[in-house]
Design a protein around this ligand. Sequence first.
Ligand SMILES: [Zn+2]
Length: 288
Amino acid sequence: MTALGCGAAVLASTALFTGCSGSGPHASRPAAGQGATGHAAPDPRAAEHARMVAAAKRWGLDEVPLAPPPPPKVKPHITARAGFEVDHQEDWGLPPVFTTVPTRNKVVFLTIDDGSEKDPRFLQMMRDLKVPYTAFLSNYLVKDDYGYFRKAQSYGNTLNNHTLTHPYLPGLSYEEQKHEICGMQDIMRKQFGKRPAVLRPPYGNYNQDTLVAAKSCGIKYAPIWNEEVYVDHWEYREDDQRLRRGDIVLTHFRGRSDWDGTMVDDMRRFLNKVTREGYAVARLEDYL
Ligand SMILES: [Zn+2]
């Protein structure tokens, strides 16, 4: 036990570490709940909150992001969104296309597409702030650095299928679509250890062949999005321009060569809005 250890604890959370002055050679026996040193046992939640406050400040956020509630034990029943059905989608058990997950939890889901920008600060930021995201990767953009995305995966994020070359799928034959989707499944298996169950068709465009081909190579869900965040603005699918519970939000692995800012700037815009409106960011796969 040193004075330094005591000071560090006080810095971490002033309100909860008041036991320091009583320690030392003349301190009385530790009370119940105290360690042998005479310090109150550190409260891990308070320490974690202090760490999050510091992380939010370091990354320039207005507020600490809200922690999501535990994943639902019973997964929501996801059906194809009205207006997005293709013929016989339900009958054939095709992967549903949807923009929002039905949930009462005040959460949104962050999805990040393509993969051209590989900003290490972005990985660090999301790890520091414990914000989960789902990446949809297109092979032609990620093949020069699979390691970057393995790192994202090692931090607990999920990698999914966004085709080999990012084509407009409805313009392709069934066989060509199958090659784009199943070919990417093989790459994902080889590079990241798993064939994903989730596909996002490029541009959110698909037809019946897309869903039949996707199903044939193990895809169970085809989420698209309800809002898209850019480094300098938001775009909404709905006219009322607001977030809803369970909304899927899209952004991209993009940097200064694509827009006026970095992925960190983009995430700052995203997190400030969702936190201000009382939403936590949850992991999409936890609801599927
Ligand atoms: Zn894309």
